[in-house]
Design a protein around this ligand. Structure first.
Ligand code: ZN
Length: 459
């Protein structure tokens, strides 16, 4: 099917029906802004994270991994600017108490506004355009003034006051864990500059209106890498990483037709440049899936000043605060892009049709399905042996229920690229049928060659 004909509602319903994504705590009517990955979803999410880690960490000689705790000293979030300035401008409808994001409403009118503006600036614009902004739930135009509502999520971990007066925060982004460990990595590994530190982990934001399924949630997972360079070397590093990340999206299976670059018009005051990779989601249209930012020496300078620790880098006597090139992705957004890209309804010969998820075999939740033609005559025992062999190397499943045709279709529906059928001939010739998900073509392969054959196909 054409990408343009895909519908997000169909994909969301499909993701639940086939065990990819469930609403959080659904038996209690759910919980806004949180989702659970089901059995196939967790395999896909893990594969996406492995793909990223391989591209950003394992295949680079100068990028190191990190896994920092979610909770940190609250001073981290003062230094980073999140306690003071990490907020959305919200106003309440006086008639029905519905909350709106004033910058987004202004944006719909073509008025440039964002969450980085001061309350005063945004209210001046808001007042100018009040006549044009209506409450989406009751139609009223009577709103309170816009107020900045902080997005950090508070926790009482380690706070034994009764009124939560010494809150810590669930991290609002993973990269602060990287900045505060900069010195530890330098002191323990003595890297040469430039080098990067990467992390995958959960982050939390009190979004007023979590929406668009996995696209904007309150609990989410980030994949972030900060690349530290000499001042002046960050420009080249930025160009290189932009190319590298673009290629990585292609290699995970996203068509270039559905990707584009978008440069930020409004930069935060310390940033030198910022581009997003955007993906063309069904219905939602182009939206951000990865941000690449030139952050200058802002973050390390902030943490130097607030902690009193010297976070400069000593390059053979040449001392400086490194500049940072950052890349940042939400796992949920990449998951949704990959799922949207893979989803296909295919018309077959006659009146037949099938739903097939055309995942890159490298990230498919199940890579190989082993199917005995029949349960009887020793076929299932032999097929189980093959399953055991392959499962050591690939994400493999075993299925013996229903006709082979139905079993093929079930595997298509979750995107399994290869089905292996053990039949009566296999007993005599030591070969099995390998059926390809996309072409539906079948070929006979010797059982002894299976692992090597599949390894070549699944790169
Ligand atoms: Zn209202």
């Amino acid at each position: 099917m054409k990408h343009e004909d895909k519908k997000m509602d169909t994909i969301i319903a499909y993701a639940k029906r086939k065990g990819f994504v469930f609403p959080s705590s659904e038996i209690y009517d759910g919980f806004a802004g949180a989702y659970d990955y089901g059995p196939h979803g967790v395999e896909l999410a893990n594969a996406i994270k492995r793909h990223w880690w391989r591209d950003v960490v394992n295949t680079k000689h100068n990028v190191y991994g990190l896994d920092a705790a979610i909770v940190m000293n609250p001073k981290v979030w003062v230094a980073s600017g999140h306690v003071g300035g990490f907020s959305d401008p919200l106003a309440d409808c006086r008639t029905c108490q519905n909350r709106i994001r004033v910058d987004k409403e202004l944006g719909k009118l073509g008025v440039e506004a964002d969450e980085k503006m001061s309350e005063e600036e945004i209210n001046t614009l808001f007042d100018k355009h009040r006549a044009e902004i209506t409450c989406s739930s009751c139609g009223s135009k009577d709103f309170t003034a816009a107020r900045a509502i902080n997005l950090l999520v508070k926790s009482n971990v380690g706070d034994f006051s009764n009124d939560n007066s010494n809150p810590v925060y669930l991290r609002g982004e993973t990269c602060q864990g990287i900045y505060v460990n900069f010195k530890n990595v330098v002191d323990s590994l003595h890297p040469k500059i430039p080098f990067g530190i990467a992390q995958i982990g959960k982050a939390f934001r009190n979004e007023i209106s979590p929406r668009q399924f996995l696209f904007r949630t309150r609990e989410f997972e980030q994949m972030e890498m900060q690349f530290f360079t000499k001042p002046g070397d960050d420009d080249q590093a930025y160009q290189d990483w932009k190319q590298d990340r673009w290629d990585s999206w292609k290699s995970i299976g996203i068509s270039e037709n559905n990707m584009r670059w978008n440069q930020h018009d409004n930069l935060v005051f310390y940033a030198a440049d910022a581009w997003d990779i955007e993906y063309k989601f069904p219905d939602y249209g182009f939206d951000e899936v990865e941000g690449l930012h030139m952050r200058t020496n802002y973050d390390l300078t902030q943490h130097s000043e607030h902690s009193g620790q010297d976070l400069s880098f000593n390059d053979n006597g040449d001392k400086f605060i490194p500049h940072v090139v950052e890349t940042s992705i939400g796992v949920g957004r990449m998951f949704l892009a990959v799922l949207s890209e893979a989803y296909d309804e295919e018309q077959l010969e006659g009146d037949d049709s099938r739903v097939v998820l055309r995942f890159n075999p490298d990230i498919a939740p199940v890579q190989v399905a082993v199917l005995p033609l029949m349960k009887k005559d020793g076929l299932s025992e032999a097929a189980k042996e093959i399953f055991k062999d392959l499962a050591a190397t690939f994400r493999t499943t075993y299925d013996e229920s229903g006709s082979v045709g139905k079993r093929y279709r079930r595997q298509d529906e979750i995107g399994t690229p290869f089905c292996i059928t053990y039949d009566y001939e296999s007993k005599d010739d030591g070969m099995v049928t390998v059926r390809d998900r996309d072409s539906m073509e079948q070929e006979r392969i010797a059982i002894s060659d299976l692992t090597e054959y599949l390894q070549k196909q699944i790169k």
